[in-house]
Design a protein around this ligand. Sequence first.
Ligand code: SAH
Ligand code: SF4
Length: 410
Amino acid sequence: MNSEVVASSVKQDGPQSLSTPVQVETVPKVNLLGMSRPQLEAFFETLGEKKFRAGQVMKWIHQFFVTDFAEMSNISGKLREKLEQVCEIKAPEVVHRNYSKDGTRKWVFRVGEGAGSLVETVLIPAEHKTGLSRTLCISSQVGCALDCSFCSTGKQGFQRDLTPDEIIGQLWVANHSYMEDVPVAERERSVTNVVMMGMGEPLLNYDAVLSSMYIMLDDFAYGMSKRRVTLSTSGVVPKIDQLGKDIDVALAISLHAPNDALRNELVPINKKYPLEQLIAACQRYIAKNGNESSRRHVTIEYVMLDGVNDHPEHAQQMIKLLKNLPSKINLIPFNPFPHAPYERSSRNRIISFQKTLSDAGFVCTIRQTRGDDIDAACGQLVGQVADRTRRAEQWKKKVEEGNVILRSQG
Ligand code: SAH
Ligand code: SF4
């Protein structure tokens, strides 16, 4: 973190002070990237400035990707200097990026020290009748505590919550990646949709995720339509109700099993909030504002695990479970990872599962697996980078301990 060095409480009243090093206190700069408009307005007021400055600065940050206050031409030189001294605009550090031939882009961010402090973001393009969409899959936590049995993020355990600037920073970096060489005045945003489906459980990092989503929807920032921002949860029931009160975004539920016995195994949070409670919470979410297009239905995500949850009887149970919940079902072919205890259902099995649900009147799609030439699902790129980092750290330690003889040059 950039920090400003400020001399403070320097004692100058005795001979001792001549030999004592000057005490300095480092004051971290305030990162403006993760501040929602109300927060930024309050911040400007503390600086003795007018509230409308918040909107101006937000535009520079999120629409023109400016990180240097000197470039903010509609702000007075005096204020720019003041901001320079106490603030910064800082996205998380990109340690790895990969752009696939099919247009998929992935980034790994370092958000702390050590191999475990990595999160990833994936951007997936798709062609529709109405044009091209670019959907960004954003992470909300480093790792995840919920330990779903088919999820590589869950296997990494929970490290920490991401801060709002680390969450919105992923969208900032993705948009910026399309216009690094474009003059400021010609820059435009390229991400059309956001899904909170990267690493972590967004409803367990509620406040930071909420303020990031406020920034996504804000016309002074990304101005995204609420239909195009989706939060995915494994089912933290009380927070689904809270979300319904606080913001209008689309909701996706990681269902993965149509009965409690199987769901307890695959998605352990089901033991705390079983299916009946989860479905009721989804119904309340929709009822809250049923005419809004973002809330006409929930998306049901269902990972297809060979021989585990893909039997015809599971499809029948789904039909019963979802009969009173307006929903769209998305079948996700399982993405294998090293030591995963499952295999992906065969194409035929996925198609017949889909047919059963479609015949019963559900809109049911099969998720395309994309970006296969760079690697598979969320959480897995991080695994690879973490392995490399861990190996590099072990190597460094061995060298420092003198356990490695380095080949001399010449
Ligand atoms: N924690 C949230 C959001 C992140 S997971 C949630 O669980 O909804 C995003 C989606 O990817 C979830 O539907 C999750 O179940 C799914 N997923 C996780 N691991 C997967 C894997 N190995 N293959 C396919 N989908 C997976
Ligand atoms: Fe966490 Fe979602 Fe993975 Fe479950 S599927 S472990 S809730 S990230």
